[in-house]
Design a binder for this molecule. Structure first.
Ligand code: FAD
Length: 405
């Protein structure tokens, strides 16, 4: 593989220079190995295949056979849809430069840019790690025995019948610590639980509380937090901010917060602690905080031509698909600049998030996290049925782009 010019010196056009030497037909393709076919990996593979199919050879590896949006888990949990309906099988990916492999990554050698899976070994010219975050319910004493996590697909699907049988008592939605995926999701869960109980005629028999490490539901956007707190007040949902759940006592159905305060519950819906996937830790890629260290504006790791993006990286942005997607765009631009030359705009940590407010209404918040003045809350758009349609279109447009649906 000819060594392509580094991005920072990309004033000439490396592809033209190589083609002049070897002839276009002989030019080796850049081998891009993408680990993880979630929000970030799918967007990256799509962008590169769209823009440089003749110059790249992309291997996209994921242990699962299908992609599912994070927000679909809430719909499955509340019986609004089924797991079968929200799965997008990877076999549908049909892109010129992309080969999908359903394999489990077992080792990553970032210095050699070599990846081992349960089936094969891959050598890369550019390696992109987009393996997301794993859940660690066992790290919180009592959570597995005394509560239900709803952040995995299995957890959300398993909760549907549990919720169907829940008639009365105290429902606690509790977060075990930061960082966790989609910071507004516990608030959305509470509002959706309210609707679910109203529809079943059980709302007056149930008390709903949220225990969150965030002082307000969406700290970088005071307008969004204000709207959510107003929605909670209208529905008599209690918000306990700046708190995490340290343990559960399943016998007594009691949650102990990190402050020592105890809270009785009849139904516990938990957001477990998040960790980098085991292979990332075992390969020595995690920093002292447990995530892959990246240069925030480029997503470059400490190893040349190795990038990390999305939930697995320590960029100063929330763990959410929209941030992984935008980061993938920046990494794609950097790889394309390596091929074609040109300048690349830095990653700005901008994200636009839809938030379920219940009763068929969705709100929208925009925040830019990487600025000289720290996170900047952008406009908040009040909840409406129109934004519910926009959220739906957000999902279908991704399925169209990534899977050709
Ligand atoms: C309830 C809930 C609601 C959410 N709502 C939203 C929302 O409304 N908007 C939003 O933007 N985000 C939302 N999110 C967050 C969003 O789902 C994640 O932040 C996003 O998917 C992260 O993208 P990623 O590419 O970094 O990782 P992921 O999408 O998690 O992809 C990582 C991939 O790596 C694979 N993988 C992991 N380990 C291995 C291995 N060893 N070998 C092979 N493959 C492996 C996994 O199977 C996975 O497919 C929500 C999440 C939850 C749980």
């Amino acid at each position: 593989m000819p060594r392509l010019a580094p991005v920072t010196n990309a004033t000439e056009r490396p592809v033209d220079a190589i083609a002049a030497l070897y002839g276009p037909a002989d030019m080796a393709k850049l081998r891009v190995v993408v680990l993880g076919a979630g929000f970030g990996g799918l967007e990256l593979a799509t962008r590169l295949s769209e823009s440089a199919a003749e110059h790249v050879d992309i291997t996209l590896i994921d242990k699962n056979d299908a992609f599912v949006f994070g927000f679909s888990k809430l719909d499955v949990m509340f019986g609004r849809t089924t797991l079968a309906d929200v799965r997008a099988p990877y076999r549908e990916i049909d892109k010129a430069a992309v080969t999908f492999r359903q394999e489990t990554v077992t080792a990553i050698d970032p210095a050699a840019k070599r990846v081992t899976t349960d089936r094969a070994t891959y050598a890369a010219d550019v390696l992109v790690i987009a393996l997301g975050a794993d859940l660690d319910p066992a790290a919180t004493p009592g959570l597995i025995e005394g509560g239900h996590e709803f952040y995995s697909m299995a957890g959300a699907a398993g909760l549907a019948p549990v919720l169907g049988g829940f008639e009365s008592g105290h429902a606690v939605i509790g977060v075990m610590g930061t960082p966790y995926k989609c910071p507004p999701a516990p608030a959305e869960t509470a509002l959706m639980l309210h609707d679910y109980l109203v529809e079943r005629g059980r709302r007056s028999a149930v008390e709903i509380s949220i225990v969150s490490p965030l002082p307000t539901p969406v700290p970088p956007s005071p307008d969004t937090s204000k709207a959510l707190l107003a929605a909670f007040a209208e529905r008599e949902i209690r918000y306990v901010g700046s708190s995490t759940v340290a343990s559960l006592d399943p016998g007594g159905s009691t949650a102990t917060l990190h402050t020592g305060e105890e809270m009785g519950y009849d139904l516990f819906l938990g957001v477990p602690l998040h960790r980098a996937p085991r292979v990332v830790i075992e390969s020595g890629l995690a920093d002292a905080n447990g995530w892959i260290n990246v240069e925030p504006t480029t997503l470059a790791t400490d190893h040349p031509d190795v990038y990390a993006l999305g939930d697995v990286a320590n960029a100063p942005v929330p763990r959410a698909g929209v941030f992984a997607e935008r980061a993938a765009g920046v990494v794609a631009d950097r790889i394309l600049a390596q091929i074609y030359g040109g300048e690349v705009a830095p990653y700005d940590g901008y994200g636009m998030c839809y938030i379920e407010f219940g009763s068929g209404n969705v709100g929208r918040v925009e925040v830019t996290f990487i600025t000289a003045n720290g996170p900047q809350g952008g406009p908040f758009t009040a909840p409406s049925p129109l934004l519910a349609v926009e959220k739906e279109n957000f999902g279908t447009s991704r399925l169209h782009r990534w899977f050709g649906r």
